[in-house]
Design a protein around this ligand. Sequence first.
Ligand code: FAD
Length: 576
Amino acid sequence: MGKMPQVQEADAPVADTNQMMSADARDHQLQKMATRELDIIVIGGGITGAGIVWDAALRGMDAGLIEMADFASGTSSRSTKLVHGGLRYLKQGAFKLVREVGAERKLLHERLPHLVEPISMLLPIYRGGTYGYYMSAIGIAIYDHLADVSHTERRRMYRRKHTIELEPLLKHEGLRGAGLYTEYRTDDARLTLEILKTAAACGANVCNYARVEDFLYKKGKAVGVHVVDMMSGERYTIYARKIVNATGPWVDDLRQLDKSLDDKRLLLTKGVHLVVPHKRLPIRQAVYFDAPDGRMIFAIPRSGKTYIGTTDTVYEGDRANPMVTREDADYLIDALNKVFSTVGLQMADVEAAWAGLRPLIYEADKSPSEISRRDEIFVSESGLISIAGGKLTGFRRMAEKVVNLVAQQLEDETGVIYPPSTTDRVKISSGVTGMGDKGMERSRVGELHQDVYSEFLERAAGRGIAADDASGLWSRYGVNADMILRYYDEDDSGERLMKAELRYCVDHEMTVSAVDFLLRRTGWMLFDRARAERLCSSVIHYMTDRFAWDDARIALEWSRLRLEWRMHTVQDGDDT
Ligand code: FAD
């Protein structure tokens, strides 16, 4: 058997007291990885890589992960932020997949109720639309059954009159009724971070802002990677028995580097989202509606805003910085105004925007929307394992598949037997103590979460923290928010709550730049732009003190912030 780490069983919280993911520990993490031969090195710190390193570490493998920018800075912070039940897969007849993603959704909600939360989704049905009334009724009923949706969350069908009562903003003309079902909203970047923190607590070494530049070979087999620390310029060589390429939109670059890129390639498609004030699009629940070209679009309320997405267009531009063009935004605004005809949404209403790239597996003769979102593993002659495609929702199962393969290969080569995956039964960082018991009633999970959450709100109120701020902390950090309260108690200077949160993110989430904090740790650059603008100098000030930044570094931080503001705004021009 491989050596086993301290597995956190369901009733033991993942104590976030270690500082494995402290920004101060980055050098140490890289040095540690460079001083031994790992069982597995994962390239790419999005949700796919995070899931793989977590599963591997839990099985007792000596595991490491390298991310060239910030964790989740690729597609994993740019999705629609839904843990999908997979209604669209039903249309493609993929029943097994619907069952699978339904189970994943349930599991993630039970472990992380603060981060994967149910929302009502209205599917309006128009004459001549994608879904007819009876097809929708039957479809959603099958979906509820396959995805094991709880009774309280099962779908309801409404006739026209009640649909208008539910959502008065919908265009009345041609409206036949609606289905109301449950989807789960998440924060993709935070989910990725919590998985990485859980992996680090199980002994994995992880490091951001470190780029894999090349592979090392011995007798034609890939045996390691050359890594450059993007912060210090230091170079490292990391040896590993197995190398996994989980670089999403960059998967083919690494396959190219490995000289194993063949006819099976990725097709990148871009999807954009726009954020508008909720009062400009005051929908009462999320809505999933038809665009004139037959594609489906979401409008989702969140934190006093509504976000709308998404598009699906073939993309060949800069992968690190895809932009939201005027054409992308026009498409979404037009589609929205057709269904919410009295709203009259305009470009000037857009407060923020983001674009993400889907790493799909190319299929000849299919349009971007028709290409399957399935995942696929490629193993090259050198032994490089690449994983492409897939969804945020299915990350745990994808990881299990990859680590099963790695475990089998290691067993064949070394005789060491690794146990099966246990990621379906252990606690995830930030999850509430006592949750995740496989047999626990869902209502009991909800009660427990509510109790622990209420107690947290009381502790925060006792310190004079506003209820909104406290619930924001809880939704971002779950039980780890208590550590932020502790930091809050140790400081009595201005902006102490923001500084306590930032200190937590530096100490426990490898936050090394202002953008990491304002965009991916807190989401403020997307959903609370005014707050992000108000706080950015204080954030840079705190980080300057903490990391002893010189003038050049401070200037770099400001220029990064300016670039990100621009990338998260609608641009004139095209994708080139
Ligand atoms: P990424 O998150 O892109 O991670 C790859 C990482 O590899 C990057 O961070 C990159 O910096 C790093 N990297 C690249 N090269 C190197 C190197 N040489 N060295 C080190 N690191 C490197 N899924 C859902 O389940 N629900 C949704 O609502 C949903 N909506 C979506 C909406 C859009 C618009 C898009 C584009 C996707 C959506 N998806 C959704 C799909 C989901 O977001 C992706 O499947 C998932 O995020 C892909 O994660 P990943 O880890 O494979 O890739």
